[in-house]
Design a protein. Structure first.
Length: 297
């Protein structure tokens, strides 16, 4: 049983119940069965969430079995609206997410990113270094990497994602090593978004998990953008961390460093999306790297 206090606590346990219920509906052997959520009769400011109890053992899930179940979850394109989003607010820690429904993945991602940026600034104050990157990031990088998913004949269907799938939210039992997931922050989104949380070094889902996942679901088109899309999605998880732990500047520095790399790599934005423009972007990024590191040949 999980207990939370206050208005946000109530919304958090409700969101966890709804998220887990959505996962359980598609893959009932991949998460604990949700049982109930509500408010204590004797304490109206305290709220609870109850699910099936498991005894966990040390270790990580088997990569292939775990990613097979994750791919099964992602392959059920059953968004109740046919759009990207979720029907209730979900939380990452004490950080509420913007899950407003949208027919465009690009628009949904941009709105969610802006939402967390605003909360980070309210909690930690402005960052001039970050602020100077935001205009090219929103006007160039996001359109360049996400718009091609839904244009030029390409489409993506909303997949239910866990939304906060790091190694701390997955576990094994002594009876099952394929693993189960818990503490979700789910919404209907691009399935590759899930993998962004695996990219930061602090996570223990190694390249073996990426490889196992791609053996079940291949990269979305355009495939050549895959690595940069994962970098973009990882930015969102690092931004969440920078907002959850505002006194620890390493997370904000990760956001700034990665955002700067993407801004430098894609100066032309979506309008420059062509093989020739991609070559120019790579050359530009290389020049900037050499300029910062004179010892690079």
């Amino acid at each position: 049983m999980k207990v939370s206090q206050g208005h946000h606590g109530l919304e958090a346990v409700k969101g966890e119940y709804e998220s887990t219920s959505a996962i359980y509906t598609i893959t009932p052997d991949f998460c604990p069965k949700p049982i109930a959520w509500g408010t204590f009769e004797t304490d109206k400011d305290s709220h609870f969430y109850i699910c099936k109890f498991y005894e966990f053992t040390d270790g990580l899930p088997d990569p292939d079995a775990f990613c097979r179940k994750l791919a099964e979850l992602h392959s059920s394109h059953t968004s109740p609206t046919g759009k990207f989003g979720f029907h209730v607010v979900k939380y990452n820690g004490d950080l509420p997410q913007d899950n407003t429904w949208s027919g465009s993945w690009e628009a949904f991602f941009e709105s969610g990113f802006s939402h967390v940026l605003n909360i980070r600034e309210a909690r930690a104050g402005p960052s001039a270094e970050l602020d100077e990157l935001l205009q090219p990031f929103f006007e160039k990088v996001i359109p360049r990497l996400l718009r091609p998913l839904e244009t030029s004949g390409n489409t993506i269907q909303p997949s239910l994602v866990h939304g906060d799938l790091w190694y701390g939210n997955a576990a094994i039992t002594d009876k099952d090593t394929k693993g189960i997931v818990f503490d979700p922050s789910s919404f209907w989104g691009h399935n590759e978004y899930e993998l962004g949380n695996w990219r930061p070094e602090r996570n223990k889902f190694t390249k073996e998990y990426f490889k196992a996942y791609r053996s079940h679901i291949s990269e979305s088109a355009p495939e050549e953008d895959y690595d940069d899309r994962i970098a973009l999605y990882a930015l969102r998880f690092n931004l969440n961390a920078a907002t959850l732990y505002p006194s620890d500047k390493k997370y904000l520095n990760m956001v700034i460093d990665e955002m700067r790399k993407l801004v430098q790599k894609f100066p032309d934005g979506y309008t420059g999306h062509s093989p020739r423009a991609d070559i120019i972007a790579r050359q530009h990024a290389k020049v900037m790297t050499v300029g910062r590191n004179p010892e690079v040949p």
